[in-house]
Write a protein that binds this ligand. Structure first.
Ligand SMILES: NC(=O)C1=CN([C@@H]2O[C@H](COP(=O)(O)OP(=O)(O)OC[C@H]3O[C@@H](n4cnc5c(N)ncnc54)[C@H](O)[C@@H]3O)[C@@H](O)[C@H]2O)C=CC1
Ligand SMILES: O=C(CO)COP(=O)(O)O
Length: 340
């Protein structure tokens, strides 16, 4: 996107053969091999070379690799250069958001996120796509928002078929990205198990509420869930098996053993580990996330899929809006008397 928007782009990659292929053929043989990359992207395996005199860095590795790559980049990153993270997850063990991880490894650099409904394979084919860029806003950024890191990156990336909105709710945008992956696994599980659109719409709505509650507990903003990174990405990821998270859930719902999903290929499914990390974070903050907890129990604690979703549906009946804080026992809940 940045190259299409006319920027000078250097791409750091791990694999020498891929760097050479990109430079020689403007194709990446390992990822999106059928799609020509815009000419002029300079790929390198030399981190110092990739980062010299750069104005901004986009870090696009899975969340499990963010700390390692930040640490590798740290000695080479010019002073004060902003770093935008694209991974959608929470760190295992620490429960840190990705920006907290990067801030630890890259002190003195503004750290933000780029997130939203953005299947790479569609964006690269020029399907009109929109995302959110979030960076913290300091006092100066409020006085001159167009000079903020968020606005500068937004302008850097936006082109004919790609636009970015800006936000200062970094934690909110990050939580949206981490939670939507888990909800997409839930939607896939139910769809794979033979349930249809009512179920999916309910899970999306409950998932949106879980995001909102967790964001609130972290001091983020309610409205963020209604933005591109929230409702936008949640509805995208929960709508088709183009999403790896939804695809994993669908296969599990069909009864395919985990080891045989994706025909045994290794595929990045962020929501799988993040089901644990999101639940741990929520537990620490005293937030209930029933859909996310159901996914965690099925994926990691051997819970039965059908029984777990039946229990999810038999939870106490709630009021909308949930601020009314009312709940009634479900007549089908364990131990309840079933009405005639
Ligand atoms: N693919 C998509 O459509 C979107 C992906 N994302 C997020 O972007 C992040 C990355 O996902 P994808 O690019 O799809 O994954 P991917 O598997 O397609 O690519 C990941 C890239 O990171 C590299 N990588 C993996 N581990 C590494 C390590 N330890 N050190 C250095 N490089 C490493 C891989 O070689 C590969 O180039 C995830 O958090 C995902 O949720 C966000 C929006 C859209
Ligand atoms: O985050 C994504 C689209 O915005 C990609 O989703 P998956 O990781 O589920 O493929």
């Amino acid at each position: 996107m940045a190259r299409r928007a006319g920027r000078d782009v250097r791409l750091w990659v791990r694999d020498e053969a891929i760097a050479e292929a990109i430079n020689a053929t403007s194709h990446n043989p390992a990822y999106l091999p059928d799609i020509p990359l815009p000419e002029g992207i300079a790929a390198t395996t030399d981190m110092a070379d990739a980062l010299r005199e750069t104005d901004v860095v986009l870090l696009v590795v899975p969340s499990a690799a963010v700390r390692e790559i930040c640490a590798q980049a740290a000695p080479h990153l010019p002073k004060g250069v902003p770093v935008a993270l694209c991974a959608k997850g929470i760190e295992e063990g620490s429960g840190y958001l990705m920006t907290q991880v990067a801030e630890e490894e890259l002190p003195g650099h503004p750290v933000g996120v780029l997130s939203g409904p953005t299947f790479a394979a569609e964006a690269v084919k020029r399907h009109p796509t929109a995302a959110t860029v979030a960076f913290p806003f300091g006092r100066d950024d409020r006085l001159a928002p167009e000079k903020s890191p968020a606005a500068r990156l937004s302008v850097t990336l936006s082109g004919l078929n790609f636009r970015t909105h800006i936000s200062d709710d970094v934690a909110g945008v990050e939580i949206c990205g981490a939670v939507k992956n888990v909800i997409a696994i839930a939607c896939g599980m139910m769809s794979g198990a033979g349930f249809a659109e009512n179920t999916r719409a309910a899970l999306i709505t409950l998932g949106l509420q879980e995001m909102r509650t967790l964001i609130g507990a972290l001091g983020g903003r309610d409205e963020t869930v209604m933005g591109l990174a929230g409702l936008g990405d949640l509805s995208l990821t929960c709508s088709s098996t183009t999403s790896r998270n939804m695809a994993l859930g669908t296969q599990l719902g069909q009864g395919i053993p985990r080891a045989e999903c994706f025909e045994g290929r290794p595929v990045v499914v962020e929501g799988e580990l993040n089901a644990i990390n999101v639940c741990d974070l929520a537990a620490r903050l005293g937030v209930a996330m029933p859909v996310t907890e159901t996914v965690r129990a099925i994926l990691h604690d051997g819970a039965d899929l059908q029984a777990s979703f039946a229990a999810l549906w038999a939870r106490p009946l709630l009021a909308e809006p949930d601020t009314m804080a009312l709940a009634f026992t479900h007549p089908m809940a364990e131990g309840s008397e079933v009405p005639e």
